[in-house]
Design a protein around this ligand. Structure first.
Ligand SMILES: NC(=O)c1ccc[n+]([C@@H]2O[C@H](COP(=O)([O-])OP(=O)(O)OC[C@H]3O[C@@H](n4cnc5c(N)ncnc54)[C@H](OP(=O)(O)O)[C@@H]3O)[C@@H](O)[C@H]2O)c1
Length: 284
């Protein structure tokens, strides 16, 4: 019998063990959340990534309560949205997320975007620092920060984010930002790890590598994430694809295969989302 799969974890600076492969629920309808989360937990996923913006925190919380998997074994991430920057607003947004999720303590809270134009990210970061000190959230990090804003919140507060979640996939592999994160000792978490599906899966190199491992292109991409050290949170509403993605944990790519995937990078032309440096309040 094959062993049940367990994701490796990355231990964050504050001790939280973040599974290296988790589930993202952006654009998962509330009606689909119970089945998706139940299937994911059965398969072995132990990290769920939501956000106030996604409009599904309430159904995520409900699905977690209905599961047999102990709450302590699941890492729940949510995020403070762009309209809720500033010390007091961020704390209110955190409280509202916790009410919707129905949790006593959150595992990981991120600032969703820095929104440099607003200039409130340091105050927002101070709110998360205090919430962590008060024991309301185990770990605090950021998402979509460019290098200057990332360094600024650390310099201003002396507190380094536990994780930095950024868009990252073979078309946009973020070598520079990963280097900055590494220098600051911040693990990198990849959103849109599959480049949102579609064109990435048409790449001949990925098909060739996949054939060598009796795998799919998506599995090869997720193995690449794991082996370059990123935490990946692919989204799927399909039980088959949820399993397919988790089974990527069985795949071990060669260094040459990783190099080939690195060559798919298109720089900023490969972005699917907004640029953190110019992001305003709209978008994701
Ligand atoms: N911090 C941020 O600003 C930010 C921004 C965007 C996303 N995120 C987070 O990152 C998570 C993932 O990003 P994402 O959802 O945008 O993109 P993604 O995970 O790269 O791609 C999801 C797309 O790929 C498809 N897919 C999944 N597994 C597949 C497989 N094995 N074969 C073929 N297609 C497959 C999905 O379709 P099906 O559902 O039909 O399988 C969906 O259309 C989000 O859910 C969210 O939690 C964060």
């Amino acid at each position: 019998m094959t062993e049940p799969l367990v994701s490796p974890v990355v231990t964050l600076r504050d001790g939280l063990e973040l599974p290296q492969l988790g589930l993202g629920v952006y654009k998962v309808d509330n009606a689909d959340i119970p089945a998706v989360i139940s299937a994911a937990l059965d398969i072995g996923y132990r990290l769920i990534d939501t956000a106030a913006l996604y409009g599904n925190e309430e159904s995520v919380g409900q699905a977690l309560r209905e599961s047999d998997v102990p709450r302590k074994d699941i890492v729940v991430t949510t995020k403070i949205w762009n309209d809720d920057h500033g010390y007091d607003a961020a704390r209110r947004a955190f409280d509202a997320s916790m009410d919707r999720l129905g949790l006593d303590v959150l595992d990981l809270c991120l600032i969703h975007w820095a929104v440099p134009e607003q200039g409130l990210y340091v105050d927002t970061w101070r709110a998360l620092i205090d919430l962590q000190e008060e024991g309301r959230v185990r770990s605090i990090g950021v998402s979509n920060f460019a290098e200057p804003e990332l360094r600024e919140i650390i310099d201003a507060t002396g507190v380094t984010p536990s994780v930095h979640q950024i868009e990252l996939h073979p078309f946009f592999n973020q070598a520079r930002m990963r280097e900055v994160n590494r220098e600051l000792i911040i693990p990198t978490e990849a959103w849109a790890p599959l480049a949102r599906g579609g064109e990435l899966f048409t790449q001949a190199d990925l098909h060739q590598i996949a054939a060598m491992h009796d795998a799919t292109p998506a599995q090869v991409v997720l193995a690449w994430h794991r082996q370059i050290g990123t935490i990946a949170i692919p989204k799927s509403v399909s039980p088959e694809r949820l399993r397919e993605n988790f089974e990527s944990l069985r795949i071990e790519l060669t260094d040459a295969q990783i190099d080939l995937i690195n060559e798919l990078d298109r720089g900023i032309a490969g972005r699917t989302g907004m640029d953190p440096a110019t992001m305003r309040r709209i978008g994701e």
